[in-house]
Write a protein that binds this ligand. Structure first.
Ligand code: AMP
Length: 200
């Protein structure tokens, strides 16, 4: 099973990815996590991405498509995967489509989280406070100022993917403002018919 979770930052994609992983055993491929790891390790990709990420902009399609292409080759992604935070532009969606077609693979579903943008800043502040309370480092882009930029990037560059995937017939929309468990239940209902597509 290969799925995409689409939605603005703070919509709950990460939380739901963990639950999909538990249910179906397919890994979450988060480009944000991969890029943060590259920044922390000081790799050439990390050095190139750092400033853009800290400003709330989007890293170049070339870099992101490259890391996803490498990641889906890894053994744990053979049974399927959850793409979280990718694609974020139409160009990335087209590159993904080409990449999967080249491997004889296709997508099962794109799940879009509909959320009230006004509630997102509060969610991000909560996430930052909880991270700090655990004694972990808070993401540099989880400040209200940078968050606004991230939301702006989402509106301008990522929101058009909703139409893009609607045309493919793969798009499903969930109400991301519900209780977390209810969002999960809705997603599981959508994915259950694809369960046999988790290759062992
Ligand atoms: P996220 O953890 O998904 O919120 O991503 C954090 C940051 O990483 C974003 O604000 C972007 O700067 C960068 N990033 C993550 N995924 C992508 C992507 N698919 N395309 C471009 N930039 C990305």
């Amino acid at each position: 099973m290969r799925i995409i979770l689409l939605g603005p930052p703070g919509a709950g994609k990460g939380t739901q990815s963990e639950r999909i992983l538990q249910r179906f055993g397919i890994p979450q491929l988060s480009t944000g996590d991969m890029l943060r790891a590259a920044v922390a390790a000081g790799t050439p990709v990390g050095l190139e991405a750092k400033a853009v990420m800290e400003s709330g902009g989007l890293v170049s399609d070339r870099i992101v498509v490259g890391i996803v292409a490498d990641r889906i080759e890894e053994p744990d992604a053979k049974s399927g995967f959850i793409l979280d935070g990718f694609p974020r532009t139409v160009a990335q969606a087209e590159a993904l489509s080409t990449m999967l077609a080249g491997k004889g693979m296709d997508l099962d579903a794109v799940i879009e989280f509909k959320v009230d943008e006004n509630a997102l800043v509060g969610r991000i502040e909560k996430r930052a406070a909880e991270t700090q309370a655990r004694g972990q480092a808070v993401r540099k882009d989880d400040t209200p100022e940078v968050f606004k930029q991230r939301l702006e990037a989402y509106r301008a560059q990522t929101a058009p993917l909703s139409d893009y995937y609607a045309k493919t017939g793969l798009l499903h929309t969930v109400d991301g403002m519900q209780q977390i468990d209810n969002v999960t239940a809705e997603i599981m209902g959508l994915l259950e018919p694809h369960a046999e597509r988790v290759e062992s």
